[in-house]
Structures are given as C-alpha cells and as structure tokens.
Design a protein around this ligand. Structure first.
Ligand code: PSV
Ligand code: MN
Length: 414
C-alpha cells in the first residue's frame, strides 16, 4: 500500500467514527471546479512593473494551452475566463477559439469586457460624463453579450474602473444614474440563461469615489435588474478587517451571490495567491458556501450550486503555471476542510449558546490535515497525487521557455 493510501485509511476511519460520510465528501471534492483566468498565464497585472517571465503565454492559444495543462494536472479547472479585447481572436473567430479550447479539453468560461484600458476612458466608461464615451462602453459590453453566445459562456463578469479622483469632479448622483441605465441595457441583452456578475471595489484606480464601491451597490442593482444579475466577490477588493464570509452569507441567503474572484487581499487586487496569507479566512468563506450547498432552503442551495468560482490573479515575481496550480489546490483544500465541519453538532452548540464548543467544532475542521484525503481523491480521479511535483517533473516549463522565450508582451497589460 502506498504511504498516502495508508494515511488515507486512518483518516477515513476517523471520519467514519464521527459519522461523516467519506464517500459523499470525496464526491463533493471531485465536483468542486475552479475557473482560471487567461490573463494569469500572461505577463500582466500590477500597478507597477510586470516582470516578464520566460515562457509566459502571449497569445490566447498559449493561454488556453496553459489552462488545459492546469486542468490536466488538477482535474478541477475545466474552464478559462477570457478578457476582451486582450483575448480577441484574429478576424473575431470566436467559434475557432471555442473549438481550440474544446480540443484541449477545456471550455471558455466567463467573458470579461474591458472598458478601462482605452484612452477614452480617462473619466470613466458607463459613468463618463460624455454621452459618446458612455455609448462606446455600452457597445463593447453588448459585443461581449454576443461573444458569450459564440463561445457558449454563461457569465458576463463586469468590473469597472470608473470613479472620480477629486471632490466636485463630477455629479455623484448623475454618475449613479448613467451606470444604472447602462447596466440595465446590458442586462436586457444577456443571452438566454446568461448571468451578469457585478464586481465591486472600494478604491482604485479612482480614489475619491468609485462607481461600484461595495457589495451593497452591486446588490441593489442586481435586485433592480432581475434574477440573472448577481454579485461577484473579489477577495482583493475589500478593506482590511472586512468580514468577507459575512458578506458571502448575506448574499447566499438573498440568492444574489454569483461568483468569486479568488486572490489575496494583501495586494488589494489580483496578484497574490489565494490562501497564501490567510488560509483560515478562505476556509471560513468556504464554510459558508458548503453550509449553503447543504442547506434545506431550495433558493440558497440553488444559488450555491451555480456559483462561478474563479481565480483572478496575475503572478508577477513567481512563475505563472505552478502558482496557478497552487491557487487551484488551495481552493480545493479549503473546500475539503469545510466539508468536514460537523454541521448538525455545530447547530446544536449554537442553539445552546455554547460559544466555545461551537467555535471549537469549526476550528477543529480547519485543523484537519486533509492531504491524505486529497491524495486519495486525486488518485481516484486519475490525476497526479501531487500536481505541482508532477508539473515540475513534466518538462512543460522547460518546453514553453524554449518555444516561447522571454517576451514582454502579454496580449494583456503591456
Ligand atoms: C480589477 O482589478 C479586476 O479585479 C477585475 O476583475 C478585472 O477584470 C481583473 O482584475 C483583471 O484586470
Ligand atoms: Mn477581479
């Protein structure tokens, strides 16, 4: 018996003793999928210097190749988010892009419009005081609804850099109206069954006001627009000390949590590996998600089942591929630990007001070493037990370095 197998047998016996259904836990872990971002494979991101990494992807095909490799090694990253125009294919051949992804064993996930990069957007996109520029932004957003149809994507992932830098620069209420009117038009043009995921951020790149500063604003608009509009929680977009799991719980209960952008808040944005600084926070977020998956409330359960779990990271001082694999695995580990929370016993302790017993039940689940469990899950899925070691041994990194070389261009941020 291999060493992971022996450790797993002990682990499984311990779980069974506690009345936990190990097979159900394994099957949930196998089904938990994470989407990776095309831009995370390229030399992109950061406000300062994007240090070029040898072998980093520059074309969309290369990004899809890399995403497919991450999926091959983890078994749980079957979709890749695209950013338009960074991923605009030659001759707008979106069908070709979709087919290329499918040949590689993955699918196109969320479509991310980009209305923050062009010179015209200095004063904003939908919030811009200039009607012509509002329309330019709206046209691009509507184009992205069309792209969703072509690549068979269900999610339009919306992030805006809009805001103001100076008090008095613009009329705050007028900006709110412009945004709301524009987003409503986009909502009305979503493909059938398609969702609009509204991302918020409390600061940056605008510093006096941002047009979608918090989850409350995204929530209010998603309520106004209808059931296909939901909120997207990017872990990097909160102030320090904000209780993200509470936001998650609120949105789940309202049927309004649509997706995540996983990363780490230390950078206040996309660049650090999810779970690398505070794995406990990630676990607490996943505890809310798993509780919702197991809820008796149909709306809450249906909401949890449709969440788009996406990574939004651009690795800058480390290699792209191993970091992306690690990010996917960190999510998987947090999800596995959250599966081990004894929820019936936790509910009893909570009802009895036994504060420390409840706290201990939760923290005990976090303290489990789930590596033997994950090794077993991976061997049952036919993927490497240690995907990062397998990546390092695969020769892929050397191959892409040789074939692609060191290029400063990314197809994304330059
Ligand atoms: C913006 O900071 C963001 O979080 C948005 O999700 C973008 O789409 C992504 O990063 C890439 O710029
Ligand atoms: Mn994001």
């Amino acid at each position: 018996m291999s060493s992971h197998k022996a450790a797993y047998e002990v682990f499984a016996a311990d779980l069974a003793d506690q009345g936990i259904d190990v097979e159900a836990v394994k099957s949930a872990i196998k089904n938990h999928k994470i989407e990776t971002p095309s831009w995370g494979y390229a030399n992109s991101g950061t406000r300062f210097k994007a240090f070029p990494w040898p072998g980093a992807a520059a074309t969309t095909q290369e990004k899809l190749d890399d995403a497919a490799k991450v999926h091959e090694l983890t078994g749980i990253a079957p979709t890749v988010a695209v950013h338009i125009p960074w991923d605009r294919p030659e001759n707008d051949d979106y069908l070709g892009m979709r087919q290329y992804a499918e040949e590689k064993g993955i699918k196109i996930g969320a479509v991310n419009p980009n209305v923050f990069q062009d010179d015209e957007y200095r004063l904003g996109s939908l919030g811009n005081p200039d009607r012509g520029i509002q329309e330019q932004a709206l046209d691009h957003l509507l184009e992205c609804c069309e792209i969703m149809r072509k690549v068979e994507s269900d999610n339009l992932s919306l992030w805006f850099a809009d805001g103001t830098n100076y008090a008095g620069q613009d009329n705050l209420r007028a900006r709110k109206r412009r945004f709301e009117d524009g987003l409503k038009i986009v909502y009305d043009n979503l493909p059938e069954g398609g969702r609009m995921l509204i991302e918020y951020k409390f600061f940056e790149p605008a510093f006096y006001s941002t047009d979608i500063p918090d989850w409350g604003t995204a929530y209010a608009w998603s309520m106004k627009f209808g059931p296909q509009a939901q909120v997207l929680v990017d872990l990097g977009h909160h102030a320090s000390g904000v209780n993200i799991e509470q936001i998650v719980a609120f949105l789940l209960d309202e049927g309004k949590l649509g997706g995540f952008h996983f990363n780490n808040r230390k950078y206040a944005d996309d660049d650090l590996i999810v779970g690398s600084v505070n794995p406990y926070e990630l676990f607490l977020i996943y505890h809310e998600l798993v509780s919702a998956e197991q809820s008796d409330d149909n709306t809450v359960r249906a909401t949890a089942e449709k969440i788009a779990y996406m990574i939004d990271q651009s690795h800058n001082v480390e290699g792209k591929m191993a970091s992306m694999i690690l990010s996917v695995l960190n999510c998987q580990e947090a999800y596995a630990k959250a599966q081990l929370v004894p929820r019936a016993r936790l509910a009893e302790a909570q009802a009895e007001g036994d504060v420390l017993a409840a706290h201990k039940l939760l923290t005990d689940a976090f303290r489990y070493d789930v590596r033997p469990l994950l090794a077993q899950v991976r061997s049952e899925m036919g993927v490497p037990v240690d995907p990062i070691a397998a990546y390092n041994a695969s020769g892929y990194e050397q191959q892409i370095r040789q074939a692609r070389g060191l290029r400063a261009t990314s197809g994304g941020y330059q």
